[in-house]
Ligand binder design. Structure first.
Ligand SMILES: NC(=O)c1ccc[n+]([C@@H]2O[C@H](COP(=O)([O-])OP(=O)(O)OC[C@H]3O[C@@H](n4cnc5c(N)ncnc54)[C@H](OP(=O)(O)O)[C@@H]3O)[C@@H](O)[C@H]2O)c1
Length: 343
């Protein structure tokens, strides 16, 4: 290989997966070559350092057709995710070799990108993977859902599902900072312990061992739930709706328990009428529509971190070949905190 030609492993979508777990039949790692000096005017070549692994990518691995705001990934092409990367060649005057940038990128070792979609990052402010988690989309998702839709007030009762994940950890701690009592649900005793001992949740339960969720919610919320931060959907949402208080708020962030199903097979929640009776608000949101809050959000998060009120965890897998394992770790609940791949 010439000096500027490099090996470039990429994760491509080999076939759609409309239901069930994603496997090597769907995501393949292929080896290609790239001339890193081959970027054209306005483009930069980047070497990826950290790749974000997110549940919403599951939808893009389905053959979605039309109707959803998300688009399916193209067959035979690299899938795309957010990343933190280093510029290795630039034909865009705004960037130079060595700059650290954030943007949407092929899930690959290297990629050629338009400079217009990239933001420079300051590596001195925070550890770089935090720009994908605590100070990035996951943290902003927690902030928008809880603060703007949930509107927490001191003394309120907050319930968070996927509490030990990238979004959930921030939701729980922000709820505490705002004077609420917070209880999380998660899938193992180890994660319950982490939530209570490391992240200051008032309580937490293992929804896989406490399988009567109605009884569990009566036990953990004897006075009812004011805010339910919804991350899982299905049967858990149904259980929660029987425990909401008057004027409860339900920011609908995601429904991961349903992502491996074809939408026609998803769980039909039977007690939505409780929203009427309890005058409750249930509102979906997409973090990408709230990027105007990013600066204010980051300032607050950095301040809470400095005051010791906010902690975070990053769950790191090594190398591009580990992408599928990292992705599936979120569906088996093996991750704690933000799942990233380090290259
Ligand atoms: N609206 C937006 O803009 C936006 C942005 C980012 C994320 N989200 C949503 O936020 C939620 C959390 O995302 P994240 O990035 O923070 O991921 P995460 O929580 O770090 O990882 C996913 C977690 O989902 C749980 N899970 C997996 N399969 C499940 C099932 N069948 N039933 C119940 N729980 C299951 C697991 O936690 P346990 O061990 O606790 O089961 C796993 O750790 C997802 O629903 C995601 O789609 C929405």
């Amino acid at each position: 290989m010439g000096e500027t030609i490099v090996r470039n492993k990429q994760v491509i979508l080999a076939s759609y997966s409309n239901e069930g777990p994603v496997t090597q039949d769907h995501l393949n790692v292929i080896e290609t070559q790239l001339d890193i000096k081959g970027c054209k005017h306005g483009e930069v070549t980047v070497k990826n350092m950290w790749i974000s692994v997110d549940p919403y990518l599951r939808a893009r691995m389905k053959n979605l057709g039309t109707g959803l705001f998300l688009q399916s990934f193209k067959l035979g092409q690299p899938i795309v995710s957010r990343s933190v990367s280093k510029v290795v060649a630039s034909a865009d005057g705004q960037f130079k070799e060595g700059d650290i940038v954030y943007g949407y990128c092929d899930v690959a070792e290297y990629a050629v990108l338009s400079g217009s979609g990239l933001t420079k990052l300051n590596a001195d402010v925070a550890p770089l993977p935090h720009y994908l988690g605590l100070l990035g989309s996951s943290g902003l998702t927690a902030y928008i859902g809880l603060m703007k839709i949930g509107e927490p007030k001191p003394g309120e009762q907050v319930f968070v599902s996927t509490a030990a994940g990238a979004v959930g950890l921030v939701v729980g701690q922000l709820a505490k900072i705002n004077g609420c009592r917070v209880v999380g649900a998660t899938s193992s005793d180890e994660k319950v312990k982490v939530l209570k001992e490391e992240f200051g949740f008032d309580d937490a339960f293992n929804y896989k061992s406490e399988t009567d969720w109605d009884a569990a919610l009566s036990k953990y919320f004897p006075t009812g739930i004011d805010i339910y931060f919804e991350n899982v959907g299905g049967r858990m949402l149904e259980a929660v709706l029987n425990h909401i208080n008057m004027n409860a708020r339900i920011p609908v962030c995601g429904m991961i328990s349903q992502y491996n199903e074809d939408w026609k097979q998803t769980y039909g929640v039977r007690n939505l009428l409780n929203l009427v009776v309890r005058c409750a608000k249930m509102q979906g949101f997409i973090v990408g529509h709230h990027l105007d809050h990013m600066d204010q959000f980051r300032e607050e998060m950095i301040s809470y971190t400095k005051q010791g009120k906010l902690k975070y965890r990053v769950d790191i897998k090594q190398g591009i070949d580990s992408f599928l394992e990292a992705f599936n770790s979120m569906f088996s609940g093996k991750n704690i905190g933000k799942t990233v791949v380090q290259l």
